[in-house]
Design a protein around this ligand. Sequence first.
Ligand SMILES: [Zn+2]
Length: 174
Amino acid sequence: MSTSQYRIEKSYRFEATHLLRDHDGKCARIHGHSYKVDVSIAAERLSEGNPRTPNMGPGSHNDLPDDSDAWMVRDFAELDEVMKPVIESVDHYWIIPEVEQRWYELSIFEQPNELEDSLRYLDVPRTTAECLAEWFARQVSNHDRLVSSGYLIREIEVTVWETEKSRATFNLKP
Ligand SMILES: [Zn+2]
């Protein structure tokens, strides 16, 4: 089945350090990346707003989107509202999978309290670009307001760039 889609995309950046445990290569050493994150959201149709009630206020029981983002997939500003706190939550941190917290504490951090402000434990199995792309996509899809049933979002795709030439993409159909 082929369908037409509109798609919006926006790019974000953050800096972080990490390492890949048990990796057979130089990624096992601690190092950093200037990550780029491309977020794309696709919809089969655009919201047409509600021309009969252009000034919908509180108390309206219409589930349609208001006119502020008519003829868009979603307002870019709304994507920023979702993504900026997510980006800030990892920017300039040492990102670590939650499942490896104990290993880090025992193996690396003799005095974890002193490094606590630098660490960010994430719900990912590894901090590979693939897992980070999935993590970002799920942050977006978990956001009720951005992907609510009143809209026609069919796909969220996130690409995480570790370098200018290396990237991984995760595609989610909410
Ligand atoms: Zn790396």
